[in-house]
Design a protein around this ligand. Structure first.
Ligand SMILES: [Zn+2]
Length: 535
């Protein structure tokens, strides 16, 4: 039997470290590397539907060199095509429809003078030393490492920086390229490059190899990714609940080849669990995959970064890796359901983190679930609303309560509506066409969806907890001997809660109107901790 106390302790240390971001962490980041916010007026005039990266990785000099081709759609009259690309790179040429365009590249912006042309495809040639990640994945960039055999090992992470650190792009979360991405990445011949989508072909000679990857699914800029290393590929097949056979792959350093079969099984079990809770795997035409990275992890679409050193723990009958499970969960919330404003970040991180807790519930039972929830509750700060002001930049919107409080709100909702309603609802969230894949999601969409068929005050409940940092106050007044008046005086909705009395745990509905409760042993509101309350 699993020693859950020991396991939880170990997990808490890791999870705390993972979410232990601070404001000073962000102050080290170059200002222009945050993204989101209000969209640049010049960038509101067009969209990008697809990126093709054709890049060579030069590990000795820590450079990349090549081109990115953007499929551009012009929404209104414009003279300047304004792209984002960090100034670390040198742009040598911009081509489109047979024209060579003049451009200005400064302050991490690439302004292309269209000179009256409207090229459907714009190719930017660039090269240079890559920006280095100072604390990946929180402060991203390129990570150049060596494995124990002195082989090169390169990782790339960009959640808080955006795509501009490796490609010219329209770097705003609103622009999720709906036709996907293709990547032709060249590396020295002995190396493998793992990237998004399916590997279509591979060519090269004794000096260099090029890996041609392609995905036609919509993808956020920060999920576009390539990782280079001397990899062993462990292969399997996953039979999804939709009946499709999906490649199940793990790229690990050759020195970790013996750990790859178990890693693949952990990946299989996490995928099964997510399908059980969140529905069918969203990208069956691509793959389910992880690649070993020289940093902890990131949810790169269909090629999740995995750097947790194979620290699997036993959970009931199965093996579990919290990092792998968390990043994989983002395939549903983050990658399929994506927000267009970082203000709504909790939809990515909160619901995914709740999926982490549900692994405990499914594989180790209710008690283990409540233990992980209670531990997480201690880390909730309640200093900032979960949902940030509209058009927030990544550095403002990304705070630890989007994870823990976002997840806790889902935990409260489970109690509020009951398991028979909650789990089918949870499974259906990521199936709604209105806000999946190319259609992006907002907090308002989620509130509408979660409250639409219920007689409960779900809308009011979610609005309080998502948009306010303070918690509803609990008022308990002793009316007379063994008679108590309980209320939540500030709220304007009804909240179903458990109350501990001398008769055990009783279910009640509390509101701003006091409820009379009889008990000879005092009363406690919400003794099992389903809600965040100011008690
Ligand atoms: Zn996450």
């Amino acid at each position: 039997m699993l020693n859950i106390t020991k396991t939880s302790f170990k997990l808490i240390i890791f999870v705390f470290g993972f979410f232990g971001i601070t404001e000073s962490t962000f102050s080290q980041q170059r200002n222009s590397w945050k993204w989101g916010g209000s969209m640049d007026p010049l960038q509101q005039k067009f969209r990008v539907s697809h990126y093709h990266l054709d890049l060579e990785i030069l590990p000795e000099s820590q450079e990349i060199s090549g081109s990115t081709t953007l499929s551009v759609h012009y929404l209104e009259e414009m003279d300047t095509l304004r792209l984002d690309l960090v100034s670390d790179y040198n742009v040598s040429e911009v081509l489109g429809d047979g024209y060579s365009f003049s451009f200005l590249h400064q302050d991490d912006l690439l302004d292309i003078d269209l000179a009256g042309q409207r090229p459907d495809k714009v190719t930017v040639y660039y090269h240079g030393k890559t920006p280095i990640a100072s604390n990946p994945p929180w402060l991203g960039g390129f990570t150049w490492e060596k494995d124990s055999q002195d082989n090169h090992w390169m990782g790339l992470s960009s959640q808080n920086e955006g795509g501009k650190i490796f490609m010219p792009c329209l770097d705003h979360p609103k622009n999720k390229p709906d036709e996907g991405v293709s990547l032709s990445i060249t590396a020295p011949a002995s190396y493998t490059v793992a990237a998004n989508g399916r590997l279509k072909t591979m060519d090269g000679d004794s000096e260099k190899k090029t890996f041609h990857w392609e995905s036609n699914y919509p993808i956020m800029n920060y999920n576009i990714n390539f990782t280079m290393g001397k990899f062993h590929l462990e292969k399997g097949v996953f039979l999804g609940i939709s009946g499709e056979e999906i490649p199940l792959l793990a790229y690990v350093l050759e020195e970790n080849k013996d750990k790859a079969p178990l890693l693949l099984e952990v990946l299989r079990k996490s995928t099964e669990t997510h399908e059980h809770l969140f529905g069918a795997f969203p990208f069956p035409k691509d793959k389910i995959a992880v690649v070993e990275t020289p940093y902890l992890g990131m949810e790169h679409q269909t090629i999740n970064a995995y750097g947790n050193n194979f620290q699997f723990v036993r959970m009931g009958e199965v093996w579990y890796d919290w990092l792998l499970h968390h990043e994989l969960g983002h395939e549903w919330f983050g990658n399929k359901v994506s927000v267009s404003d970082w203000a709504d970040y909790w939809i990515h991180e909160g619901i995914t983190s709740y999926g982490d807790w549900l692994f405990y519930l499914k594989h180790d039972g209710e008690e283990a679930y409540h233990e992980i929830v209670a531990n997480a509750k201690k880390r909730i700060k309640n200093e900032l609303p979960v949902v940030s002001p509209p058009e927030s930049h990544s550095d403002i919107a990304y705070h630890s309560d989007v994870y823990t409080k976002g997840a806790f709100i889902m935990h409260s909702l489970r109690f509020m509506v009951g398991d028979d309603a909650f789990f089918p609802m949870l499974k259906a969230i990521a199936k709604q066409d209105a806000y999946t894949y190319a259609n992006q999601a907002s907090t308002a969409d989620l509130i509408d969806y979660l409250s639409k068929d219920s007689d409960l005050d779900i809308k009011e409940f979610l609005t309080w907890y998502l948009y306010r940092e303070d918690l509803p106050k609990v008022s308990i007044n002793k009316k007379k001997k063994n008679v108590f008046l309980i209320s939540l005086p500030e709220i304007s909705f009804d909240l179903p809660v458990e109350v501990q009395t001398d008769k055990g745990i009783e279910n009640m509905v509390l509101s701003s109107t006091p409820t009379e409760v009889l008990s000879t042993t005092g009363v406690e509101v919400d003794p099992l901790g389903w809600y965040l309350l100011d008690k």
